[in-house]
Design a protein around this ligand. Structure first.
Ligand code: AMP
Length: 179
């Protein structure tokens, strides 16, 4: 944690580091052990949800695929809708697309063009913020949809990779754990 004044929640011990996945040099933050424990999964979701209670959200936009798990659980707790942001070619209806650059290639994500009405208040959710390209692409998709992005929530921020610096400073970005 970068901020020693913020206590580390007990469920944080359920996250594990897996070296060299999916390729050499990447230290992968694996949330699967957290998801597998009912009490700790619930505690993590409650912690992610807490700042957004009363924010007047209409929906959570979750990013494929671990953002689906966290985002859908958060949406259920908040009693709001869930809109999947998917990898290309997965959504059956007409889509909006946003390309983004990864280390050696470009990728893209999509959302249904009619997923939400313009002005709907949404929260963007993913599991890990690394270089920020994915979250920023989701923000661009939301802007194409003309919804109002109230904020973004990630369980884990990898602070050394510059994601927060790339993010739009006008939109609150909250991380429960910062490494
Ligand atoms: P980025 O676009 O670089 O911020 O990468 C964020 C996306 O890639 C998220 O959807 C994460 O699930 C995944 N990701 C990137 N780096 C890691 C990591 N070290 N551990 C786990 N997931 C990661």
């Amino acid at each position: 944690m970068t901020d020693p004044t913020v206590p580390v929640p007990p469920w944080a011990s359920r996250l594990r580091d897996i070296a060299d996945f999916p390729k050499p040099g990447i230290l992968f933050k694996d949330i699967m052990p957290l998801l597998a424990d009912g009490a700790d999964f619930a505690a993590a979701i409650d912690a992610m949800v807490e700042p957004w209670r009363g924010a007047g959200l209409v929906a959570v936009m979750g990013i494929e695929s671990r953002g689906f798990i966290l985002g859908a659980a958060m949406a259920r707790v908040l009693g709001v809708g869930f809109v999947p942001v998917r990898k290309p070619g997965k959504l059956p209806g007409r889509t909006l697309k946003q390309e983004y650059t990864l280390e050696y290639r470009t990728d893209s994500i999509e959302v249904h063009a009619d997923a939400l009405p313009p002005g709907a208040r949404v929260l963007i959710v993913d599991d890990v913020l690394a270089t920020g390209g994915t979250l920023l692409a989701a923000l661009s998709l939301a802007q194409q949809l003309q919804v109002e992005v109230v904020g973004a929530a990630v369980l884990v921020e990898l602070a050394g990779l510059g994601g927060r610096e790339r993010w739009d400073a006008n939109v609150p970005l909250l991380a429960n754990l910062v490494y």
